[in-house]
Write a protein that binds this ligand. Structure first.
Ligand code: DMJ
Length: 452
């Protein structure tokens, strides 16, 4: 090779190399981000250990604790356990395990909320069993599943809101689609793992009874009486009290391969996109409508609704998911951290609190896994960093009373460790961790997989 040609070649190689270095510098260091998320998890677990050990939740401002009921059900350690396993936090996982097996006792004469106990504890124990392999997790899950089963003993088969863990007595017959339907993955998984179909069948009947009571235009309402089967609130939306009903129709199909769920999801999402989807000057949102007439009643959208983009990815509506995620992020950026809800017609805050919710980051995670696009990593990074900036306390993470003032409130739901930090971590770790064609996350981010 001639001398000049060699020189040119060397110049070209060095230009390419320097370009690569610049790009790398601009790119997000995923490993570093994953390590930061892990460090924040450890910080919070240390706070729980010091101030709330053996209780349900840490109170992160007063450095104290909160129990949901008369006896602690170890909400935080159970909810957080699979995140520890995922992050390779062996010491922390061993501590949590020791606490769970020595203290957790479901034989309590107290009413609990079937839905919350199912998604956090039942789901947490099942995924703990699948990820860790210790049979005692399955035994606890089965004991809990048996105690929750009487909740379904209503004239319609739809469950009551509360059930007494010892006596099986039930109360509160006016329930909602989310609390009725968001039981399918956990009860269904227990059936598959134990070989006893009763759990699957009861949960499937319950969610199907909601679907069967959809209106002529295919929408469901907010509240329904499980004894009479009558709707008591006909407001339709994708927000709290309905949200995960749709999520579980789709995920039950993905996890169990039961075509009935696919039919129910496809029919339902069609109506949701026809009557609730709202493309406006401020973005693409889902609003409120009357379930019978389809008429728009409210233009509220909020932190909980942000799950929708992730669900649409799983339901193969990726373009729509992108539109929704753009709006989700716009909502986040309004005040540097998202409020519980906004009126999207004015972009004014309707409810100013931030409860450390995961849904916005969860959707960024699904879109990143699906598209591999840097923009979703950037969204996740900004959201995670604002949580650290505004919510971190000496012992953990605090909810915000008002996203405009950033005033903190003295509460930290266990889903911060189960979901918010898990989805943040999953966004930055390698795609091969918990691949989405093998794992289905319950609504509390507990990964479930077909080990049966
Ligand atoms: C969690 O308990 C679950 O994600 C539920 O489906 C909705 N609310 C919280 C998180 O925001």
């Amino acid at each position: 090779m001639k001398k000049t040609a060699l020189l040119l070649l060397m110049l070209l190689v060095s230009a390419c190399n320097s370009g690569e270095t610049e790009n790398d510098a601009a790119a997000i260091n995923k490993q570093e981000m994953a390590n930061q998320v892990k460090a924040e998890f450890v910080h919070t677990w240390e706070g729980y250990k010091e101030y709330a050990w053996g209780h349900d939740d840490l109170k992160p401002v007063s450095n104290s604790y909160h129990d949901w009921y008369e006896a602690s059900l170890l909400m935080t350690p159970v909810d957080a356990f699979d995140t520890m396993v995922l992050m390779g936090l062996d010491e922390e996982a061993a501590e949590a395990k020791e606490l769970i097996f020595s203290e957790l006792d479901f034989d309590q004469d107290m009413y609990v909320q079937n839905f919350e106990i199912t998604i956090r504890l039942f789901g947490g124990l099942l995924s703990a069993y699948q990820m860790d392999g210790d049979e005692r997790f399955l035994a606890l899950a089965e004991d809990l599943g048996q105690r929750l089963l009487p909740a379904f003993d209503s004239p319609t088969g739809m469950p009551y809101i509360d059930v007494n863990l010892r006596t099986g007595e039930t109360r509160k017959p006016v329930n909602n689609p989310a609390e009725i339907g968001t039981l399918m993955l956990e009860f269904g998984t227990l059936s598959k793992l134990t070989g006893d179909p009763v759990y699957y069948d009861k949960a499937k009947k319950a969610i199907t009874e909601v679907y069967n009571r959809r209106s002529d235009i295919g929408l469901v309402g907010t509240m329904i009486n499980v004894e009479t089967g009558e709707w008591t609130d006909t407001s339709s939306h994708i927000s709290g009290r309905i949200d995960s009903y749709y999520e579980y129709l789709l995920k039950a199909y993905l996890l169990f391969g039961d075509e009935d769920f696919k039919t129910m999801y496809d029919e339902s999402i069609k109506a949701v996109n026809e009557y609730l989807l709202d493309r406006t000057d401020t973005g693409t949102w889902y609003g409120y409508a009357d379930m019978n007439t389809g008429e728009r009643t409210q233009t509220y959208y909020g932190a909980l609704d942000a799950f929708m983009a992730g669900m649409l990815v799983l339901g193969d509506q990726v373009d729509l998911a992108r539109e929704i995620q753009d709006s989700n992020f716009k909502m986040w950026q309004l005040h540097g951290i998202e409020p519980e809800s906004i009126d999207y017609s004015t972009m004014e805050v309707a409810y100013a609190a931030y409860a450390l919710r995961p849904e916005n980051i969860e959707s960024a995670f699904y879109l990143y896994r699906e598209t591999g696009e840097q923009q979703y990593l950037e969204m996740g990074k900004e959201m995670f960093e604002s949580i650290v900036e505004y919510c971190k306390t000496e012992s953990g993470y605090a909810q915000l009373a008002d996203v405009r003032t950033k005033e903190q409130s003295d509460a930290m739901h266990s889903f911060f460790l189960a979901e918010t930090l898990k989805y943040s971590y999953l966004l930055f770790v390698d795609d091969s961790v918990l691949p989405l064609d093998e794992y289905v996350f319950n609504t509390e981010a507990h990964p479930l997989t077909k080990t049966w």
